[in-house]
Design a protein around this ligand. Structure first.
Ligand code: PMP
Ligand code: GLN
Length: 390
């Protein structure tokens, strides 16, 4: 996200423009002003008590030293079993599952290990902000396919036009942040065909896999010919509602996981041993924790979307995730970044501009993202405050 045009001293050329993430900027604004934070995506309640207790028990049981570089064996086994039970995908926990410091580290290690300097990484804009930054760190170039609202679709031609001789990998995020889109079967097939025809690696970001309200999530790796070339990334943060624990994982064929592990071992080596134990227990418990979370979140989605629509926003109702996108044009605004920077002082609410998710700073200009992973009374209070805009 290269919004800041001033050169930051000391910062290397690759990272110019990435100085402060939009989430940090907007969460700091919320703290400074006391505004209701519907910007950064984190729940305002804890995840399941049993899972928190499992982490406490793991600390008390002495699981407090470095985890093995690949991750705690019980967690690798639980991830492997999760992929098998949910999607029929088989991964050997000894060689095909890697535990990481959140999905973020898995993404960074993937790009750092798989790309040569000058390679191109294909992403779908609007795209989660880390993608551009980790591509830059890897010396790779971001190539964007722009998803078209209102349904955020792309065509085979859009995809084909973005592939060049330097394309190394496709980075696919479904369910998608910030739009809440779940890629359709046809779209997944287009991506799969593109990867097989051009011999590309696929890296998928599936951190919202269990927060789906309409339709269902299908991992790209489950399409014919894709398991052997796909690194599937996910995380416990969203699935169990403990975003601060930063326990993620990547699954893929052994040579791909080996490559990613090579970079990962020099980023963190290992992290969060007691939380890895707790997440292993949570995953092994089947779907009970996340099924319930998705039911509750669906009601929050409807509450926020209906409320925003009643206030005059054009709302893009999401099929999944924590987020909804809204167009501010009907309320008389056209610049989402300026709108979000002033929103706390105008009415005591924080949101995130969609422009932060585009390579082209003009992308998504009149759109903003609101998070609905908050208690119902907090969403009601935010809607009441936003009423002051009209
Ligand atoms: N990918 C996407 C699409 C996200 O929204 C987030 C934020 N949770 C992440 C990756 C980062 O996940 P983690 O907190 O597990 O690093
Ligand atoms: N994934 C979260 C979001 O999109 C933010 C995580 C972060 O701040 N890096 O809001």
């Amino acid at each position: 996200m290269r919004r800041v045009m001033e050169r930051a001293p000391y910062l290397n050329a690759r990272l110019q423009g990435f100085a402060t993430t939009i989430f940090d900027e907007m969460s700091s604004l919320a703290l400074a002003t006391g505004a209701i934070n519907l910007g950064q995506g984190f729940p305002d309640t804890d995840g399941p008590t049993d899972v928190a207790e499992a982490a406490v028990a793991a600390i008390r049981a002495g699981h407090n030293q470095y985890a093995p570089g690949l991750g705690v064996p019980a967690l690798r086994e639980a991830v492997s079993e999760h992929q098998r039970a949910c999607y029929g995908l088989e991964y050997d926990p000894a060689t095909e599952v890697l535990v990481t410091a959140g999905a973020t580290e898995a993404l960074a290690a993937a790009l750092l290990s798989l790309c040569e300097v000058g390679d191109e990484v294909l992403v779908f804009d609007p795209a989660y902000d880390a993608y551009g930054a980790v591509a830059a760190m890897a010396g790779a170039r971001r190539r964007s396919v722009t998803l078209q609202p209102p349904d955020w679709h792309f065509s085979a031609e859009d995809l084909e036009a973005a592939v060049t001789a330097r394309t190394r990998l496709v980075l696919l995020n479904s369910p998608h942040n910030p739009t809440g889109k779940v890629m359709s079967g046809d779209e997944l097939e287009l991506v799969a065909r593109c990867c097989t025809e051009h011999d590309l690696v696929a890296v998928t970001d599936e951190v919202y896999e269990h927060l789906v309200f309409d339709g269902s999530h299908v991992p790209l790796a489950s399409l014919p010919g894709m398991r052997e070339r796909t690194l599937t990334i996910s995380s416990s943060g969203k699935t169990f509602g403990f975003t601060g624990w930063k326990v993620g994982w990547a699954c893929g064929p052994a040579p791909l996981v080996h490559a990613v592990r090579t970079a990962k071992q020099f980023l963190t080596y290992a992290n969060a041993t007691p939380f890895q134990h707790a997440v292993a227990e949570a995953l092994a418990a089947g779907t009970k924790y996340f099924d319930q979370a998705a039911i509750e979140l669906r009601a929050r989605r409807d509450q926020l979307c209906d409320g925003l629509a009643a206030l005059g926003f054009v709302v893009f109702r999401p099929a999944a995730t924590y987020f909804t996108v809204a167009d501010i044009t009907p309320l008389g605004f056209d610049d989402g970044l300026d709108f979000c920077r002033r929103l706390p002082e105008r009415c005591g609410v924080v949101a995130v501009p969609l422009s932060a998710f585009y390579e082209d700073p003009a992308g998504g200009a009149p759109l903003v993202r609101f998070a609905f992973c908050k208690r119902p009374e907090v969403l009601d209070a935010a809607l009441e405050r936003l009423g002051a805009l009209g």
